[in-house]
Each structure stands twice: as structure tokens, then as C-alpha cells.
Design a protein around this ligand. Sequence first.
Ligand code: ADP
Ligand code: ASP
Ligand code: MG
Length: 417
Amino acid sequence: MRVFKFGGASVKDANAVKNVVHVLQTTGYSNVLIVVSAMGKTTNALEKIVALYLDQDADYKRSIQNLKQYHFEILTSLFDHKQHPVFKKAENLFNDLETTLTRNKSRQYNYIYDQVVSYGELLSTIIISEYLNNNGFANEWLDAREMIKTDNSYRDAEVDWEHTQQIILDTVNKKTLTVTQGFIASDQNNFTTTLGREGSDYTAGIFAYCLGADSVSIWKDVPGVLNGDPRVFENTKLLSHVSYEEAIELAFYGASVIHPKTIQPLQRKEIPLYVKSFLHPDTEGTSVKKGQPLDPYMPCYIVKKNQTLVSLSSIDFSFIVEENISDIFKLFHQYHIKVDLIQNSAISFSVCLDDKFNHLEDLLNTLKARFKVAYNKNVSLYTIRHFTDDAIVSLEKNKEILLKQITRETYQMVSKE
Ligand code: ADP
Ligand code: ASP
Ligand code: MG
């Protein structure tokens, strides 16, 4: 069997949903499990609804109505008859969302976030499943929250692999077409959890691992994995063959075309990953498999924006040694801050940080009690895998460089924007 993943861009409007049918016609659709993300920018809209709700801004209800209108416009284009049960199902989901917020007593941001943003995937999968059924692609809709079990680290939940695998094997019929949600799961008390932004690729990896799938295909708005994000770099080229190791490195450094957690479960069972264009489903795209050399071999460019460069130095000119460094790292862990790059000298220690959960200010205040702290916000971290001198020269042109680091295969540089 195969696992397919359709992301937000591939289901952003009615035409995109119709195109999913075209992809399935091209590739075949028996023995397929489809993982779907929220439509277009729905998750961002739901994030804003959570923020308004927590600010006690009554406008959150208007934002829910706007999101409802967006989904109902898509529904009206996809279904001829308003009597179709999908309209009632979508209506019920929006009512549930409002009730969830009205009844909620918690002030815990991460918990509320997961209960709310999960509606994006519930809506998209109801719509796609019904649309496919209506067009001769009989399928079963399954609730991913009943299959993927996690701990209760809301917004960044850890999968309980054993329990999850057992439920998935008992629930999914490998011989038919199944539609389920990316990104969402549930904890031991059956509260909804999420796997981190852009986590639907990871969901595809989880299902493929648990089902022992033959392959995973993630359908994107690009021809495959390119040697740079085409929104940022010019003249990017398709990477036809990539190894698991290379893919993990690229994703880790910030190539957002694949969620970093996706590869590991696939690599453990040697399940190939195909990154393909939903606009040209018959083209090859990128294959990610065990041990295959990067082909074509060329420099790969990655940029992570909105990072923070923090430099710590000791207040009394004493050395920054293992002991302080280990304390500093405990703090990064405690504040859920990801470290992208490290450089140290005798009395100073620099790190490039990714503050996904907005804890930077608290961290800086804690650090200031023990160190002299200097920092630059909104810096960019550039990485070139398999760098050449020419690649470095052209990247550095017109940039104000704050820090640089070169290892065998990887060049990294932090610059002001
Ligand atoms: P999804 O619709 O599945 O959420 P994403 O938007 O997360 O898809 O991923 C596709 C986008 O990733 C592309 O539009 C592209 O701008 C970006 N991207 C970043 N790095 C790369 C890369 N190395 N190759 C291809 N696309 C990349
Ligand atoms: N809808 C979620 C997000 O936008 C998950 C995903 O798209 O992968 O982050
Ligand atoms: Mg996405």
C-alpha cells in the first residue's frame, strides 16, 4: 500500500480539490491512505482566532464566520446540491468549534491552541472525503485523533509509537482508499494534540511506518526537492535522488519542503519517500531512499529567517566552560528554544536560536542574571550543503555578516536579514 499526503496548498480552493482527483486518476487509488492538511492558510486563521479569544476580543466570532464563509464557498463550488450531507457536517464542525470556546475554562494557551486549530484538518478531510465519494472514489474517513496517541505536550506532542501502531493496524483497511487528517492526534485523556506546525508530512511518515507501506508521496506546489527554496533563491534545480541522511540534514537546516521529523520513521523501515508536483503528477519529482548519492550533486541553499543571535559572555571575564554551557543548554530545553548553531571562545558563547513558542524574552531575562547578554533579533541563518567557493561568494554578496562557520560539507552564516 501507499501513503499520500496533500498539504494546504494542494487543497486551497475548489479547483485544487478537483485536481486531487486528477492526481489520484494518474497514480491509481486502491490501497492508498491519504493524509490531508487544512485548506490553504486555515491554520494561520485558526491561530489568530485563538489569540483573539484569549484577548477576550469578541471579534474571534467574526473571524470564525469568515473562515466558515471560505469553506462554504469551496463547498458550494464542489457540490451541486445544498442538501448534500457534507454541508450539515461542516456546519456541525463550526458549531462545535464555537461551543468548545464558549465552554472552555482553561487559560492554558497550548492546550486551547490544539483544541482549536485541529478543526482545520477536520474540515478539509470531511470535504475531500465526501467529494471523492461523490465522484466515484469510494473511501473511508478516519479520525487521526483516534489512531495517533501522544503525550500531552500540546503543540509539539510526542508519539506513543507502540500504542499508535497497534491502533492503526487494527483500524486501517490497507486494501481500500482511506482519508485522514495530518497534524492532529490525541493524548491519554483523548484531548486533541498537534505534532507541530507543518506536521502533516510527519503524520504521513507515522502511518507509513505503522502500516509498513511501500512508499510515501507528498504532493507539493514545486517539482520536488530543489537545491533551494524557489521563493528565496534564483535558478533552483531539481534534486532527483537524495539519501535519507541528506534529506534529514536539509530538513534540519530548514528546507521547509519536508518536515524534519518525517524522514526518521521512513528510514527505519527503508520506505521510499517521493516528493512530487501536484500540478504535474506524471513527472518524476524527487526520490528519497537509502544510501543513494545526491543526484545531481550540487550546492544546496537553505535559509531560516526570524532567528535570534545571542552572545553570552561571563560578567567577570571568567571562562565559559562545560559547566556553564550545560546550564545554558538546560535553559534552552526548559524554554523550548531550538539551537541552530553554536560557536564559543574563551569568554563568550554565541548561539543562533529559533523561538517557535515565543519564550525568548523569558529566556533572556533568566540569562541576564548570570551573563552579559548581547543579541540581534530577526537575523537570517543561511546554510549551504556541499558548498563551493563560488556559491559562498555569491551568497555573501551585499549581506551584513554577523557570524560564519564552515565544516566539511556545510557552510553556515548568520546575517542581518
Ligand atoms: P504543503 O502544502 O505540503 O504545506 P509547504 O508549503 O510546506 O507544502 O512546502 C512547499 C514549499 O516549500 C514550496 O512552495 C517552497 O517554497 C518551499 N521550499 C523550501 N525549501 C524548498 C526546497 N529545497 N525545495 C522545494 N521547495 C522548497
Ligand atoms: N495545517 C498544519 C499547518 O499549517 C499542518 C500542516 O499543514 O502540515 O501547520
Ligand atoms: Mg504546509
